[in-house]
Design a protein around this ligand. Sequence first.
Ligand code: FAD
Ligand code: EPU
Length: 356
Amino acid sequence: MNVANANPDACAIERNANLSTHNTFGVTARAAGLAILRQPEQIPSLLETAATLGSAPPLLLGDGSNVLLLGDYPGLVVVNALMGRAPIDEDDDSVIVEIGAGENWDALVDWSIARGWNGLQNLALIPGRVGAAPIQNIGAYGVEFDSVCTAVQIYDREQTQLRWLSREQCQFGYRDSVFKNAGVSWWVTAVRLKLQRKIVPRTDYAGLAEELQLLKLDAAKAADIATAVRSLRRRKLPDPAQIGNAGSFFKNPIVSTKQAQELAKHLPAIPRYPQDNGWEKLSAGYLIDQAGWKDFRVGDAGVHAHHALVLVNHGAASGRDLYRLANQISADIAKRWDVILSIEPRVIDSTGMCMR
Ligand code: FAD
Ligand code: EPU
């Protein structure tokens, strides 16, 4: 490791760093530099270093569980390790907690449940760090991050300052937020969440109530709901420690009710989730499965054998191999059923741009 820095606020920079352990696809890639961010005060000096290090802007990562790296990154990759978990306000009904962006998401779920603070139980076992949760407004089992978020602290790299955004300013949507807009140069440094003392259980998501019953768990207890969610997730989704993946590779498409009705004439069993104002969300996994892609493999890039929405790296697939396969799948789905699939993880090329 080549460490260069004299400034006490500065982070050590590892040159020509290996990124394969910093993305859960496990694709091989190198970065011009890699640094671990532990204090917000280190950001200005990190940005100065980044400007001298390569052609791409600095890239902030958590655990790399929602990225597809297309190749080497000719710039500074910064791993977020801004820690801290604390209650900052409370009343008879709720507590507001402030959480550092580098904290592990699933550990936060357990920490909150152990204190009797409810709201995160359905989001158990989602990989990654807290700072990435607002980026795509993580969601699972009927709950999304925005249902508990009250504010997000950012470092604005253009204005070179920390400030808080309200929940409304974050423009949360399904797997979407203001942070995904091109040109936004904000790094999430902390979040504030409002958690409830009294639980309002959400067990209506397909399979969750059944899992609680099967495991003889209490559907009114946050710890039990988290246990059931973890059990379901372990059964359905591949573990990145066993086989490289980034969870769902495509978002579930949202189409007009008219289009969903037309499609259902050919695919009567397709799972349909009604949305507001004449729109419906469809199961992308079902469409990809019906098109025969499950367990497909070209070289080491493949579709998971048990869940068609998850692309996997069987060993030596490159980011470009996986991206090529994803494009083949989405072209096939568009041709068969006129449904456009959008990629969920951030596809990162050598300019630091996130391709959709
Ligand atoms: P990374 O992958 O490191 O980063 C993702 C993107 O956010 C990158 O563009 C990065 O530059 C940016 N980013 C990261 N941190 C910051 C920050 N602090 N400030 C600004 N930008 C930042 N997601 C769900 O929503 N629901 C699920 O149920 C779910 N299940 C999954 C299951 C598996 C097996 C896997 C592998 C992934 C799953 N995901 C799921 C996706 C992933 O876990 C989430 O998107 C998670 O929030 C990513 O966290 P991370 O720290 O790994 O982010
Ligand atoms: N299905 C198939 N074949 C498959 C896979 C799924 O037919 O190979 C059908 C089944 O009918 C199944 C339905 O699709 O019942 C839905 O599957 P699942 O419950 O696994 O949910 P999903 O819609 O595929 C979404 C999220 C997940 C989240 C789960 C649980 C998206 C893109 N994905 O998956 O999030 O964990 O619901 O809430 O919204 C992620 O974002 O990375 C992720 C894993």
